[in-house]
Design a protein. Structure first.
Length: 297
């Protein structure tokens, strides 16, 4: 049972930071950025290349987050802000084009073979029957700390109040003297940095590969929608629910129910189970679990 909980938390840490950044940006610019998951893939590659070039892992990750955040901001200023003048639907299609371009460029530069980080060989931590890798432990700690810091920022700082005001009513907030563009730029940079960190933490165990973003697209968007698009902390709760469902599909033994010793569902059912939860939740809560309105695209 404890191993099940640990596996759920580990999977939550894979999704939470990326879903958090996606929901943050949606709250201000009101379109679902499909390219967001590719920032995670790009950040994983940048961390790998910097670490392979001799940079310490922590420094490589920080530089990767900064570079990915800067690219995210640049794309917002040069591409998405202009597309938004034509409406959110056009901007979403544009984000799909940007996503494909990022994948194509990365594939041309890095190839399709996964890039594995060179890390020290260490035995996993064992607590009774529970096993947890050191990398997974660091990912859990980093995710928890960042979520706490983000919550403090959102609810106890002037910047956080400005973010909430702009998300609720941008025109009124701007008319009240808030620096809407400055806050939007900060959120875009932060979302890219968080995506890069989330992608890197996942790549530390699975390797950096061009399908990393595609693999994250459906569960990340499901988590953000479950939490209510535009509700960052709701997206984290959605990530927990998606992780719980995925872990149950791959870890629960249904054998006793079927009169067998062992019976597990195939891994291919992971996405189906996650989206069954999403469908049921939206049938009951059309605007997400926390009743935040999902604006139509």
């Amino acid at each position: 049972m404890f191993q099940f909980l640990i596996d759920t938390l580990v999977r939550t840490s894979d999704l939470a930071l990326i879903a958090l950044g996606l929901s943050m940006v949606y709250g201000l610019v009101k379109f679902p950025n499909i390219a967001h998951v590719q920032y995670a893939m790009l950040g994983a590659y940048l961390s790998y290349w910097l670490h392979a070039a001799g940079a310490p892992l922590v420094l490589a990750v920080l530089l990767s987050c900064a570079a990915t955040g800067a690219l995210t901001l640049l794309l917002h200023v040069l591409v998405f802000r202009r597309l938004l003048a034509s409406g959110p639907a056009i901007t979403m299609i544009g984000s799909l084009a940007v996503s494909m371009l990022v994948v194509a460029i990365t594939l041309g530069l890095a190839g399709s073979f996964p890039k594995m980080f060179t890390l020290p060989m260490t035995a996993p931590l064992e607590f009774g029957e529970v096993r947890l890798g050191h990398t997974q432990l660091y990912a859990l700690i980093a995710t928890a700390l960042l979520l706490v810091l983000f919550s403090l920022l959102l609810f106890y700082t002037r910047t956080g109040r400005a973010m909430r005001a702009l998300s609720s009513n941008r025109a009124l907030a701007a008319a009240s003297g808030l620096n809407a563009e400055g806050v939007t730029h900060l959120v875009n940079f932060s979302s890219g940095a968080l995506a890069a960190l989330g992608g890197t933490m996942l790549a530390l165990t699975s390797g950096a590969h061009v399908n990393l973003g595609h693999d994250m697209l459906l569960p990340v968007f499901a988590a953000a929608i479950l939490g209510g698009l535009g509700n960052p902390l709701g997206a984290v709760a959605g990530a927990l629910l998606i992780a719980l469902t995925e872990t149950a599909v791959t870890n629960l033994n249904f054998g006793p129910l079927l009169g067998q010793e062992l019976a597990f569902l195939p891994v291919s059912y992971i996405s189906a189970a996650s989206f069954l939860i999403l469908l049921l939740a939206l049938l009951i809560k059309p605007y997400g679990l926390f009743d935040r309105e999902v604006r139509r695209v």
